[in-house]
Structures are given as C-alpha cells and as structure tokens.
Design a binder for this molecule. Sequence first.
Ligand SMILES: [Zn+2]
Length: 192
Amino acid sequence: MALYDVITFGHPTLRKKAKEISVDEIDQEFIDDMLETMYEKDGVGLAATQVNVLKRLVVVNDLKSEYVLINPKIIAKSEQQETDTEGCLSLPGFQAKVPRHLKIIVRALDREGDSVEFEAKGLLARIIQHELDHLDGILYIDRAEPDSLRMIMESDESSLKEISEKELTDFFKDNFHAERPDVEFERVQPLV
Ligand SMILES: [Zn+2]
C-alpha cells in the first residue's frame, strides 16, 4: 500500500481528458492505493487524474458505501438540480456552491471488471458528478455559482472569505508549480 500525492490547481494534468481502461488493465494495487489516499485525506471521492494518472477510474465513499468505478458514465440524469457546497482535494482550502443533478443513473465497471448500473441520489450523485468531471478535465469551480467561491480561513475553519476566481488562480500560482513546468509534479506535496 502506498499513499499518493494529490496534484493541485495549476497542474496541467487536471485539465486533461483521461483514457478508458480495458478489463485486463485493471490494477488492484492502484485501486487500493487510491482508496487509501482518499481515506487518509478525508476525501469523499478521488479521481485517478488527481494522482496524475490519466485513466478513467474514480473511488467514492459517500459515508455509507464505498465505490470503485471504472470507465464510469452517467447514462441518465434528473432535470431537477440541487445546489450545495463542494470542495476538492485538488483545491485545498476552498469551497463553492455548485448545482448538480439530484439523481443520476451510472454505468461503470467495478474493480473485478464486471458491469454495474445503479441509481445515485443526493450526496452520492453529487460526488459522482464531481469525480466524473475530473476525468474530463473539469473542476467544480467551472460549474460553481457566480460569486460563491470562498476561502476557508486557517484560523477558524468555520470562517469563510469571499474571493474571486482571479484571486484563486493567483493563490495557487504563488504557492505551486504553475510557473515551474520542469518540476516533477508527483513529488510536490499539496498545500494543506
Ligand atoms: Zn475534486
């Protein structure tokens, strides 16, 4: 078992589209390491893209069940949407209000390579939509409601500061590798 570093905003991989995985490519050790990384970082979901692996694989834990979804697709979604707060391990310290479909039907392969199809609602539906977006290079800030972006204050986690998208970009530019494309990103520790 190993823990991965989670790449953060500004890393070019986060904007790339991940590739489908064939059944014989399914790597059980990688899946275990993804799960371990998600739990270690108190995440409710993690996409392979976030550990700098451009494969269509996500792990999810909605506080009820654990899911490993390979080549996941949303095959149906409710018209009804719901707006709620989201954060992301790749944008540590920030959150925003994001509208998501309330109900979705997901088709994927499980970790054994068997086809699964299920309905997800509420929090689970939200997490899956967020994680699937990562596989297409989309971040929650792309879908967030205008002016809803907030920075979580280190001094008091319940206190939030309103910030603009430009400030967000600047924040990560100062602290991260966006200007240092030659560094080996996998070894860069995320800001916590
Ligand atoms: Zn995320």
